[in-house]
Design a protein around this ligand. Structure first.
Ligand code: SF4
Length: 150
C-alpha cells in the first residue's frame, strides 16, 4: 500500500527555514513501506527557504471551504499556493492509490492540530490535512519531538 509522507520527516530540507524534521523511526521503516514524499508548500510553488505562514480567520478546513486565508510573516496572501499544494498532494494520492498519509505536526499545511490558525481552541487542521481528510484519506500526525509509533 502506498502512503504519503511529509518529506521533512524523511530528512529532506524543505521546511520554511531550509531545515528538516527527520524521524529515525520512519527512516528505519522506509524500506518496508511504499512511501510517497510530499511537501505541499513546495508543490504549491513556494520557495525554500520561505517566510513562515499562518491561517487567519479559521483553520485549513475553512481555507478549503473558501472562508479563511493563509498569510505569511511578510503579510503576503499565500492562500493560492497552499491550496495548489494541497490539490497537487491529493492528485498524487489518487495516482498512487494512497489511502493513508503520515504528516508532520504543527504545520499550517500538514498538521492535524496546528497552532498556526485562528479557532476557538487555538488549534486546527492544516490546509493539506483538511483536503486529504475530506477526500477520505486517513491522516496520521507525527510529532518529531514526541514518541513516534507508525
Ligand atoms: S510540514 Fe509539510 S509543508 Fe511543512 S516542510 Fe514538512 S512537508 Fe513541507
Amino acid at each position: 500500500m502506498s502512503v504519503l509522507i511529509s518529506s521533512c520527516l524523511l530528512g529532506i530540507g524543505c521546511r520554511y527555514d531550509g531545515s528538516h524534521s527527520r524521524v529515525e523511526e520512519i527512516i528505519k521503516k522506509a524500506q518496508e513501506m511504499h512511501l510517497i514524499p510530499i511537501c505541499p508548500e513546495q508543490l504549491g510553488g513556494l520557495p525554500t527557504p520561505r517566510a513562515p505562514s499562518s491561517i487567519v480567520k479559521g483553520d485549513g478546513k475553512a481555507v478549503v471551504a473558501g472562508h479563511a486565508k493563509v498569510i505569511n510573516s511578510l503579510g503576503e496572501d499565500v492562500t493560492g499556493a497552499f491550496m495548489k499544494g494541497a490539490r497537487e498532494t491529493l492528485k498524487l494520492a489518487k495516482i498512487a492509490g494512497a489511502e493513508k498519509a503520515i504528516l508532520k505536526s504543527n504545520s499550517p499545511s500538514c498538521g492535524l492540530n496546528t497552532p498556526y490558525c485562528e479557532t476557538d481552541t487555538g488549534y486546527g487542521l492544516g490546509v493539506t490535512a483538511a483536503l486529504l481528510l475530506s477526500a477520505g484519506i486517513e491522516v496520521i500526525e507525527i510529532d518529531p519531538e514526541g514518541k513516534v509509533r507508525i
